[in-house]
Write a protein that binds this ligand. Structure first.
Ligand code: F6P
Length: 371
């Protein structure tokens, strides 16, 4: 019988996190399970900082973006940097200690809500004897073994509205307007929002782009009397034979590079090659903040409730998932991929399927994908 469950929201925040927490807590209440939320992701787990969760706390949070527990995308409890006596940084694995403490404190299970890196750590905690259930979170939609992560469709909604807004100014000035969206090394947000917003060109990491093709599309439109063009660029898009556009490098985070600037690069090159004025807008954190859309509220509630249900049934070490429209679950081992090394931040992301319907549709209606 499961009596006590810990909840963690890890990695970058994302619309729907609060709705997942609420789904967990409400389902737990009816089953008589106590829930505790660790604060600021794995950092709170490391420092044993938590709050008791109950329906009073989760009241009214279904619509609210962000996470009432706070999050953190820097702490890898399997490799905590500490200075040794020579002033050098060494990495210490704190997970064994943490697992012992969780067992001593009577936690029957941890529900870890996170993206691919956080879910890899979740899987690794199962190897420390902790019962874990994962929930796939990220606006990037790049977690494998699920049709959709929660947060994705809210981000797509924001990006689509941005394209709508960009269109009127592009049209008025006869410019090429570029919207750079998030997504890390996957082009899901760019592709979905690009199709929804009626973009002319969509550049995604999965297809290194040829600038000549981008220019061709702009000129084609010009020849048809359409003086403006809209290009959606994923932050991870790169030119054929070229590199990722890195905004900064970070030393204190598992993700060592921060992407940004791919849109500016495309704007500069397009202007140079066509002589048409081009402007770029980086949508940035607007995609992650604000209220959660209705679809994500439903999906998050389903995910949260199912995660707690799995805990109640003792079906541990699984990730809740949406497969062919059904809420179900897959082993965390499969999500973490073939890499079985404990504590390493390897990635097993789901990229855009180039034979999938979205890509096929985009091509059929003449959207340029840069190839
Ligand atoms: O993983 C979600 C995401 O929003 C990515 O699309 C983006 O590259 C990244 O997080 C930025 O994260 P942060 O600035 O919080 O480290």
């Amino acid at each position: 019988m499961v009596k006590k469950v810990g909840v963690i929201t890890a990695g970058g925040d994302c619309p729907g996190l609060n709705a997942v927490i609420r789904g967990i807590v409400k389902t737990a209440e009816y089953a008589g399970v106590e829930t505790y939320g660790f604060l600021e992701g794995y950092k709170g787990l490391l420092e044993n900082r938590y709050i008791k969760l109950d329906p009073k706390i989760t009241n009214g949070i279904i619509s609210k973006g962000g996470t009432i527990l706070g999050s953190n995308n820097k702490t890898n409890t399997f490799a905590i940097p500490v200075k040794n006596e020579n002033g050098e940084t060494e990495y210490v694995d704190k997970s064994v200690e943490i697992a012992e403490r969780l067992k001593k404190d009577g936690y029957d299970c941890l529900i870890i809500i996170g993206g691919d890196g956080s879910l890899k750590s979740a899987r690794d905690y199962t190897r420390r004897g902790i019962n874990v259930i994962g929930v796939p979170k990220t606006i990037d939609n790049d977690v494998p073994h699920t049709d959709t992560t929660f947060g994705f469709y809210t981000a797509v909604e924001v990006a689509t509205e941005a394209i709508d807004r960009i269109r009127t100014t592009a049209e008025s000035h006869g410019r090429v307007l570029i919207l750079e969206v998030m997504g890390r090394y996957a082009g899901w947000i760019a592709l979905a929002a690009g199709i929804a917003g009626g973009a002319d060109t969509i550049l995604i990491p999965e297809i290194p782009y040829d600038l000549n093709k981008v220019v061709e599309k702009i000129n084609q439109r010009k020849d048809r009397g359409q003086k403006y063009s809209i290009i959606v660029v994923a932050e991870g898009a790169k030119p054929l034979g070229g590199e990722l556009t890195v905004k900064s490098t970070v030393s204190d985070s598992p993700d060592k590079i921060r992407l940004g600037g791919a849109g500016d690069y495309v704007a500069k090159e397009v202007e140079r090659l066509t002589g048409i004025e081009a402007r770029s807008t980086m949508l940035g954190y607007l995609q992650r903040g604000g209220n959660t859309g209705p679809y994500d509220r439903i999906l998050s509630t389903e995910y949260g409730s199912m995660a707690m249900q799995l805990a109640i049934e003792g079906k541990f070490n699984e990730m809740v998932t949406l497969l062919n429209g059904k809420i179900t679950h897959v082993p965390l081992d499969e999500v973490a991929g073939k890499d079985t090394k404990i504590g390493e931040e390897s990635s097993n992301i789901k990229t855009v399927d180039l034979d999938g319907d979205w890509v096929k549709t985009a091509r059929r209606i003449g959207i340029c994908l840069g190839d």
